[in-house]
Ligand binder design. Structure first.
Ligand code: HEM
Length: 427
């Protein structure tokens, strides 16, 4: 990666090891002395929190898989067996189910942080694009995991979402139906569907793991952005990752774990739907089919559009458009902190996401439908029109000359803070 190694093996054994597999050197250079902007706020702790939850999900999931049975006639009962008979099974299951929710909560905050401070802009475009791929993989994993419970909501959510592909029949008669039946492995959601969803649900977290490694690699080439959006220029702008940010990340992670524990121990089913405690019945459709809370904004976009194919296109476009925001945003300034007009539009964008999330759980009728359409229109207007146009016309407010100046004020000598790390070599 970008800068010279400062690792010095402490003894003969670590030197022997370092000459053969310099993994301790890698850890030292990338997570020990790595130069970080000195002004990161708590929103920069969510990357670490996400990494923690990825590990929680994999570990709890592997043990759950030892007791789960991926068969349509046994899946639901095997989940109840985990809850009632397996030692600490209830804890594992509640950790995994609520861990999924915490994962999405953290990722939404992580994405909003990145968007507000312009972290997707040059030279971090690839880092951002990898993030969007991670997000897509997370959505696919969560969707497949939810199906495994084989409760009423799981079963019907799989039916509704896989059926979306049938909208392709409007383009080429029979194409959509053929794709849906291929996904199902039959003429309805059934045992072959459950088996492939289980297999892919086990596989995808490892794909996410690989993407996260690339994501962190791509982060460590330019280094982290920061609330000013101004890059590190001198040694005084940076501090080493350890101990400054290991401690800050550790503290934030502990606070987040308290929230996680609250859900596990006091409200374990608060974020899920009661109908999922009824075994899947292909003959009884629930009156309202709703996905898990983290999919609600996208579900609202799907239902805001009266045409099935256009609804599906809007659903996918709402996520895939994020891939292009490094180029849709034409502003010269990264951080919205110095963008007097854009910051208000950004607030509206976040509000439109929240409104869509609320409406996703309501029946699409009356006012709910009208507001859903307005919020959907704003979502796309923001990405496709407001981002480029405001970037052209807006005059940014006065910016500090450097990160140090933003922390210590103008005229500050910018004396090197204790623990300041060497500024990374720029490419
Ligand atoms: C499993 C999910 C993810 C993990 C484990 C992860 C991990 C991380 C870590 C450890 C960092 C550095 C610390 C920080 O800035 O918070 C980071 C930064 C970043 N991530 Fe992620 N990330 C994930 C998902 C995403 C997604 C979905 C996006 C966007 C769509 C994204 C975009 C970014 C950006 C732009 C940065 C650089 C932030 C900056 O330097 O200002 N990440 N990520």
């Amino acid at each position: 990666m970008a800068h010279e190694s400062t690792y010095k093996p402490g003894n003969a054994l670590s030197k022997w090891f370092d000459d053969r597999l310099p993994v301790l050197r890698l850890m030292h250079d990338q997570f020990g002395v790595f130069p970080m902007p000195r002004n990161l706020n708590y929103l920069w702790t969510f990357g670490g929190i996400l990494t923690f939850f990825l590990v929680v999900q994999v570990l709890s999931g592997v043990v759950l898989a030892m007791h789960y049975v991926p068969h349509e006639s046994m899946a639901f009962a095997s989940v109840e067996h985990i809850m009632r008979d397996v030692n600490w099974g209830w804890l594992l299951r509640y950790m995994h189910a609520n861990g999924g929710s915490m994962f999405f909560l953290a990722v939404y905050l992580h994405i909003i942080r990145g968007m507000y401070y312009g972290s997707y802009k040059a030279p971090r475009e690839i880092l951002w694009i990898l993030g969007v791929f991670i997000f897509l993989a997370m959505m696919a994993t969560a969707f497949m995991g939810y199906s495994l419970v084989w409760g009423q909501m799981s079963f019907w959510a799989v039916t509704v979402i896989t059926n979306l592909f049938s909208s392709l029949d409007a383009i080429w008669s029979g194409l959509g139906t053929a794709i849906v039946e291929w996904i199902w492995g039959g003429f309805a959601v059934g045992n072959p569907t459950l088996n492939r969803l289980y297999s892919l649900h086990y596989l995808l977290p490892f794909v996410i793991f690989g993407l996260v490694l690339l994501h962190i690699w791509a982060l460590h080439v330019p280094g982290s952005n920061n609330p000013t959006g101004i890059e590190i220029k001198t040694k005084s702008d940076s501090i080493s990752f350890h101990p400054y940010y290991t401690v800050k990340d550790g503290f934030a992670m502990s606070a987040f774990i308290v929230l996680f524990a609250f859900f596990i121990f006091y409200a374990p089913n608060f974020l899920s739907h009661p109908d999922n405690y009824i075994e899947a019945d292909p003959l009884v459709t629930p009156p309202h089919i709703v996905p898990e809370w983290y999919f609600l904004p996208f579900y609202a976009i799907l239902r805001a559009i009266p045409d099935k194919l256009l609804g599906v296109i809007a659903l996918f476009a709402s996520i895939l458009l994020l891939l292009f925001i490094p180029w849709l945003d034409t502003s010269k300034v990264k951080s919205a902190r110095y963008r007097p007009i854009y910051k208000w539009f950004f607030a509206l964008f976040v509000i439109s996401g929240l409104v869509l999330g609320y409406l996703g759980a309501k029946a699409p009728e009356g006012w709910y439908l009208i507001v859903g359409r307005i919020a959907t229109a704003y979502y796309f207007l923001h990405l496709l029109v407001i981002m480029p146009v405001v970037g052209w016309i807006e005059k940014p407010t006065a910016m500090p000359g450097s990160i140090t100046e933003s922390v210590l004020g103008k005229g500050a000598g910018g004396g090197t803070p204790k623990g300041a790390a060497a500024a990374p070599e720029r490419r």
